[in-house]
Design a protein around this ligand. Structure first.
Ligand code: PXP
Length: 242
């Protein structure tokens, strides 16, 4: 069983292209939760080009009324971001090493090079009883350092897997993810995954045992455009329930 966490940044992006609350982020959150999704993810960026601070508080309020739905906030641990996270107290905070102007996350943490920042941030999250996760490239040798800085989970950055999916190189790339997940599990860390996952490439990815959570946004929203929200959520839940 893998938890599907729906990333709603793209809904906010669409909403922001006009002056009205349409499509409403909370309306979409409510829709996917009614359909059975048990996780919501946001990645608030400093320029608020996707979700805004106000969305983060609105989702917090929604989640409080819906026990069993997990809220995951991801982002770079700047002072502003950490203040928001510590105020909202989501179930999980995923730390991502991206610059403010970055289009989307495109690499995992160099844990040794950011040891002091990560230790301090993970300590704050632990004290606030917020589960932590570090966005990570599929590299088993990084796991020891992740464990040492005190993270609860890793989130495997799956862009590389997605871009090799269906190619001859898929097997070797998949194996690197499987090896990193196995090393994390052996070290007592939970394993999440995300980026460029979709209905086609997810089943093969989830042949890796013990993936606790996948967060999916971009492809899921595009798939909803073509197939409709109920059909898409039903298919993801079918894939993740195994
Ligand atoms: N994980 C992280 C850290 C991300 O930044 C993103 C994109 O916001 C995702 C997962 C989800 O990626 P996608 O939108 O491609 O499903």
């Amino acid at each position: 069983m893998t938890l599907l966490s729906v990333n709603v940044n793209k809904i906010a992006l669409l909403r922001n292209s006009r002056g009205r609350d349409y499509p409403g982020v909370i309306e979409f959150v409510d829709t996917v939760v009614r359909l059975g999704a048990r996780g919501i993810t946001v990645h608030p960026r400093p320029d608020e080009r996707h979700v805004r601070r106000s969305d983060v508080f609105a989702i917090r309020d929604f989640v409080k009324l819906h026990p069993g739905v997990e809220f995951n906030i991801e982002g770079y641990p700047s002072p502003d971001f950490m203040a928001l996270v510590l105020e909202v107290k989501p179930h999980q905070c995923t730390l991502v090493p991206d610059a403010p102007e970055q289009l989307t996350s495109d690499h995992g943490w160099d844990v040794p090079a950011n040891e002091a920042l990560l230790r301090e941030t993970l300590d704050q999250l632990r004290q606030a009883k917020i589960r932590s996760s570090l966005f990570l490239d599929p590299e088993p040798s990084l796991i020891e350092a992740v464990k040492a800085v005190g993270a609860d989970r890793i989130e495997l950055y799956t862009e590389d897997y997605a871009s090799h999916f269906g190619l001859e190189s898929e097997g070797g790339v998949w194996q690197r993810y499987a090896d990193t997940a196995a090393a994390a599990t052996a070290a007592g860390l939970g394993v999440n995954a995300g980026h460029d996952l979709n209905l086609e490439n997810l089943p093969r990815f989830l042949e890796i045992p013990d993936i606790a959570e996948v967060s999916i946004g971009h492809a899921l929203v595009v798939e909803c455009l073509y197939q409709g929200v109920p059909a898409v959520i039903e298919k993801y839940l079918e894939i993740t329930k195994a």
